[in-house]
Design a protein around this ligand. Sequence first.
Ligand SMILES: [Zn+2]
Length: 310
Amino acid sequence: MPFRDIAGHRRLLDLLARSIERNTLPPSLIFEGPSGAGKRATAIAVAQALNCVRNKAQNEALRTESAESRLDACGTCASCTKIARGVHPDVLIVEPGDTGTIKIEHVRDVVDRAAYRPFEGRRRVVIVDQADALVTAAQNALLKTLEEPPSSSIFILVTSRPDMLLATVRSRCIRLRFAEGVKEEIDEEAREVAERVLAQAARGDDPGRRLESAKDLLTNTGAGGAEDREQLASHLRAMGSLLRDVEVLATRADERALANPDVRPALERLTQTYAGERGVRAFTAIDQALMALDRNAGVKVVADWLVLQL
Ligand SMILES: [Zn+2]
């Protein structure tokens, strides 16, 4: 999942994107913060941004249009898709096994593999999820690599309990704190607008009526400046968050995964329309719209296009 699809943490994501663009990303990182804050998703987004085969050309075009554009992965090229599926040969994900711990053999294996140049991508990324599960010997085995990582490798330790890591591990890494959970960061006003626009589209009104509802997405100044762009992006992200919840309800997945449990009745209503294929289509359209905004497309064009895709 590219940066633009991650809810919240805008400043932190901007920082990561800028460091990737300038080639100044520290090679040993700790992503710490509460569970469900998006740490692992962000680590995957970093791996995608580093290895996306499309973002380079795209971003050179971008920079001439707007200095504010952020480097991001396309999310759809062969490299991005492999990373998302966990089968990219240069993106290694280490996580606890059946025993609930990460053993030294596992760490030695990735350290060995990280010493070689990447097979396909530009950078090798080793993501250690639930790094607090590393047994002490495994943490010690990582020390030297964290201090002097092979030149083309990046190590990201993801943890909700950084205190479980050895002080020597922590001191060798740059620590990024994912402070607030996604839930607190949902802008209620944006969510109301998002829900209204989705409900309107669900009623199956004619295109004219839908274009009317596109105006709902752009109530700020309408002049198309940075403020309007951010407002529309915030409405789109809120829509994406609601649709993800619809999917959770429809597939009877763990309800604790809901990002918007407080508006459950509204989610139930949206499920009648957006469960399944239509929801996936709408979600893809929202993703494309966010990408277009990143590429500096006109806000009104994007809003009008989107409501017709819902
Ligand atoms: Zn890509």
